[in-house]
Design a protein around this ligand. Structure first.
Ligand code: HEC
Length: 170
């Protein structure tokens, strides 16, 4: 009899906790972002994308010692395939992140000093490449999506260079 009562009150308090949490979370959930907020967020992203564009085209000389920049071999971030990571790479003989592969290219084809994988420059490089790959299906683990010759649409990488941030937001 006693055990039954204890169980009853325990169930009661659990239910009460769930109910109050639901009310709390509902009350604390914010409204969807306004158009202006979304625009401000996109602008912040594009600042990183533009910095990434500059790094991709040689703005940090410590990333190379032979005059090469990412854009020489990966115009428009071609063949960098961010949507296929993480994946196995023969150079490491293990599964690697996209950022590790960026450092591999800085060290090997470019003979430069690797970037901090969690640092702002790596973030910017990632923002640029991922931005140009928007809309592609994420297929982690795939060795390569490039079975056809690469089509370069924008030469150095900017779809257009209007005033201000300069990156096409479409
Ligand atoms: C001299 C040419 C050259 C330069 C410069 C170069 N890369 Fe690469 N990159 C390559 C080659 C070749 C591979 C393929 C390596 C492999 O698969 O073992 C590659 C592969 C990659 C990959 C992995 C792609 C995949 O699908 O596996 C990424 C990411 C990458 N490069 C980013 C960069 C970035 C960022 C820079 C500039 C910091 C850069 N690369 C500079 C030639 C280059």
């Amino acid at each position: 009899m006693k055990t039954k009562n204890i169980l009853k009150s325990l169930t009661g308090s659990i239910l009460l906790t769930i109910a109050t949490s639901a009310v709390y979370f509902q009350a604390s959930a914010r409204e969807p972002f306004t158009k202006e907020e979304l625009k401000a967020q996109e602008k912040k992203l594009l600042v990183a994308v533009e910095e990434g564009y500059n790094l991709w085209h040689g703005s940090n000389p410590t990333m190379q010692n032979n005059g090469l920049a990412c854009g020489n071999c990966h115009p428009d971030a071609a063949a960098s395939n961010p949507q296929t990571f993480p994946k196995y790479h023969t150079a490491f003989d293990r599964v690697v992140t996209w950022r590790e592969m960026v450092n591999w290219c800085i060290q090997n084809p470019q003979g430069g000093k690797v970037l901090d994988v969690g640092g702002p420059e790596m973030l910017a490089i990632e923002a640029y490449a991922f931005n140009l790959h928007r809309g592609l299906p994420i297929e982690p683990g795939l060795a390569s999506r490039q079975t056809k010759p690469i089509k370069v649409d924008h030469g150095k990488g900017f779809p257009s260079k209007p005033s201000g941030i300069g990156f096409d937001t479409k």
